[in-house]
Design a binder for this molecule. Structure first.
Ligand SMILES: [Zn+2]
Length: 263
């Protein structure tokens, strides 16, 4: 794990990049910002490069998925269990923007696991138009801190790096870390209801496009997954996960119409 701080003062915001070692878009966007001599800093931000060891290996993880390993444990033998604990210490009580990339879709979108006033504010300040409530998945960083994850685009593409840079710049401007205009939005919320488990399936639909009841959305040879009720696929793909096709979600409407969690 590596920490960079940009600007002076006490950063209120932490940008986490590279939780998954094979998703380099966040780190590359961070490097562009750190190298930008024209950046007009009016505040401070901390960047955390999370899983450097996995990045060296160009693998998602060393022993286990870091973003399923929180809160972590220093007594455990897994690389990611110790790292998860270190990362939570490094973040402390600050708001987190956590950058990822995906094989499932090109268009960036936000994800959250807790809806608090601070995570809502960050969702608005990404400037993105879609947000996924994925609190059904255990062990994620955004389950343990107040923050938002963003899928910046397709894994390994320059477009994902460009999107990551644009999103970070927008967030930094919106938090007053850099002097610039920021887009603040009211994203449409999709709530994950279940994970669709199964290995080796071809995904037949399109993410964020409704699958009508009775329609096949995944196939393996003669076997098909048929929608019992209409749903919106999220992070569904043919080869994104080893044991899962992805997630089924329902449309909740605009974020402004969704209440904060009960604390
Ligand atoms: Zn990821």
């Amino acid at each position: 794990m590596r920490v960079h701080t940009l600007g002076d003062g006490e950063p209120a915001l932490v940008v986490v990049v590279g939780q998954h070692g094979d998703e380099s878009c966040g780190e590359r966007a961070m490097e562009r910002l750190l190298a930008d001599d024209d950046l007009q800093l009016t505040g401070a931000v901390t960047f955390v490069v999370a899983n450097e060891h996995a990045a060296e290996l160009e693998r998602r993880f060393v022993d286990e998925d870091l973003n399923r390993a929180y809160p972590g444990d220093h007594e455990a033998s897994s690389h990611e269990a110790g790292l998860a604990s270190d990362l939570l210490d490094a973040v402390g009580d600050r708001v987190v923007l956590d950058l990822h990339s995906t094989v499932s879709t090109e268009e960036p979108f936000a994800l959250y696991q807790r809806l608090t006033p601070r995570s809502r504010q960050l969702l608005e300040r990404t400037g993105l138009d879609r947000a996924v409530d994925i609190r059904t998945e255990p062990g994620g960083l955004t389950n343990h801190v107040e923050g938002v994850a963003v899928e910046c685009g397709r894994k390994g593409t320059e477009a994902a790096v460009d999107n990551a840079e644009r999103i970070v710049r927008n967030v930094l401007a919106a938090y007053g870390v850099v002097a610039d205009e920021a887009a603040v939005g009211d994203p449409t919320v999709f709530e994950v209801t279940e994970r669709v488990d199964g290995a080796g399936y071809d995904f037949l639909g399109e993410n964020f496009v409704v699958v009508p009841a009775g329609e096949a959305f995944a196939r393996r040879g003669e076997e098909e997954f048929i929608a019992d009720e209409p749903f919106y696929p999220v992070l569904m793909s043919t080869d994104g996960y080893d044991e899962s096709v992805g997630f089924a979600a329902q449309l909740r409407g605009p974020l402004s119409a969704v209440d904060d969690d009960d604390e």
